[in-house]
Ligand binder design. Structure first.
Ligand SMILES: Cc1cc2nc3c(=O)[nH]c(=O)nc-3n(C[C@H](O)[C@H](O)[C@H](O)COP(=O)(O)OP(=O)(O)OC[C@H]3O[C@@H](n4cnc5c(N)ncnc54)[C@H](O)[C@@H]3O)c2cc1C
Length: 403
């Protein structure tokens, strides 16, 4: 009697199924990457990027299971996987795709360490991967003559082609979108500065959105995300940046007139059209999107009631304190919450933003929208606190600075 794990037919079928599923998912991953900038307005680019990272791990399972099941069904497969047989090119195309997939996976894990130029070449590899896989499934796949499969492959080819066209035209449009030059670097606190850029064309964005910044120096080609801290009505484009590593240090040392390459704006961490009260909960440099929203609210005379709960270690580490203190509008209230300094003064609290503090200052907890941005630990703690207080999940909007 043959047991199920001794059945070559079963492993063969599983191998086909894994290959088919992996190919569909891979095509969708490529499509979602190429059109991410389009879908940003609905889901937020950060969510799309996080989804892609998790989805690519899911796909990896199928990509590895596909040859593994075939090897389990017939061990002679392994020879052709290790040394592709080019006399059977459609089969070899599958083996090549497998190796390209591994290279792309490794590159996406270390993308912050490789240059942007290399990353762009790797993108071309992704398309090579798709077309080799397509060639493999169409010419080698045992079901490719069935009309259902033909339609699926046709749809996937169309989706990937649309993605490539979208990406290409986006890149062309970006080239003409304008240049940005350093106007000023203003020191905010001991490790935070504001980089003010002068755009040569009008740059349109919504308060709370972020951009990718690139510098053409110190081999720092990889793009880094930063939230715009100026309001959409200002001439300058400002970013409030914490000096954490190589990129931010180089940005701090930029000279007046140097160019910064900007891609954006992106993100949906913007004020929603709602009658609910607005509560901003910021930690450290996480105040950047709120500075933009507050400045926007004041400039545009939108009299939205805003409460800012702003956590910092000490008084000295409060970013743009002078400006925040100078706002005398009735519909803006702020509380500084200091964790490393004891201050007994109106407008200050000691410790962390917790349940008691939220209950004390948020007038209408169940009719408020909470926008949260700060260190990950703080975001998690605040979210839990608000949920415990009965705030609905959909009323808590979080911007994560650490992908
Ligand atoms: C949507 C978003 C908005 C942000 N807005 C701001 C802001 O307004 N002000 C601010 O100071 N910081 C902001 N950040 C964080 C900022 O991008 C990182 O601190 C910065 O890229 C660190 O670069 P570094 O080389 O100086 O530091 P490193 O020491 O190399 O990195 C420190 C940490 O930054 C993150 N990081 C590094 N490189 C990248 C990258 N290419 N892409 C994404 N994350 C990276 C990693 O989590 C890393 O552990 C934001 C991040 C995101 C995702």
């Amino acid at each position: 009697m043959t047991l199920w794990f001794q059945s070559p037919e079963l492993f063969y079928s599983l191998g086909r199924w894994a290959g088919f599923t992996g190919f569909i998912c891979l095509s969708l991953l490529i499509f979602s990457g190429d059109t991410a900038k389009f879908f940003d307005r609905y889901f937020g680019l950060n969510r799309i990027i996080i989804f892609q990272r998790k989805f690519s791990l899911f796909i990896a399972v199928f990509v590895f299971l596909h040859p593994l099941f075939f090897v389990l069904s017939d061990s002679s497969f392994i020879r052709y996987l290790i040394i592709p047989d080019f006399t059977a090119f459609p089969f070899a195309a599958g083996a090549i795709s497998f190796y390209i997939f591994i290279v792309v996976m490794i590159a996406s894990k270390i993308y912050k360490k490789i240059s942007y130029v290399v990353w762009q070449y790797i993108h071309i590899l992704i398309y090579t991967l798709f077309f080799f896989s397509l060639y493999h499934v169409v010419n080698w796949g045992s079901s490719s003559n069935i009309i259902f499969y033909k339609i699926i492959y046709g749809i996937l080819l169309l989706a990937v082609s649309v993605g490539i066209i979208y990406r290409t035209q986006y890149k062309i449009r970006k080239r003409h979108a304008g240049k940005f030059y350093v106007k000023e670097i203003k020191i905010e606190t001991k490790d935070v500065f504001t980089l003010a850029l002068n755009p040569d064309k009008k740059f349109t964005f919504k308060a709370g959105q972020f951009c990718f910044l690139r510098l053409n120096k110190n081999k720092l080609h990889s793009r880094h995300p930063f939230t715009i801290s100026s309001s959409p009505y200002e001439q300058d484009l400002r970013f409030t940046i914490k000096n954490t590593g190589r990129f931010t240090k180089t940005a701090f040392e930029l000279e007046k007139g140097e160019e910064v390459i900007i891609d954006g704006p992106f993100g949906i961490f913007t004020l929603k059209d709602s009658d609910k009260d607005v509560v901003f909960i910021a930690g450290g440099v996480g105040v950047a999107p709120f500075l933009s929203m507050i400045r926007d609210n004041l400039f545009d005379k939108k009299d939205k009631d805003i409460l800012l709960l702003y956590g910092a270690k000490t008084k000295e580490e409060i970013i743009s304190k002078e400006e925040l203190d100078s706002i005398k509008e009735q519909h803006f209230r702020k509380i500084y919450v200091l964790s490393n300094e004891a201050v007994s003064q109106e407008g200050y609290e000691n410790g962390y933003i917790d349940k008691a503090l939220a209950e004390k200052y948020v007038e209408n907890i169940n009719n408020s929208l909470f926008y949260v941005c700060g260190p990950t630990a703080m975001e998690k703690h605040v979210k839990k606190t608000l949920l415990d207080l009965g705030v609905k999940k959909r009323d808590i909007i979080i911007e994560d600075f650490f992908w």
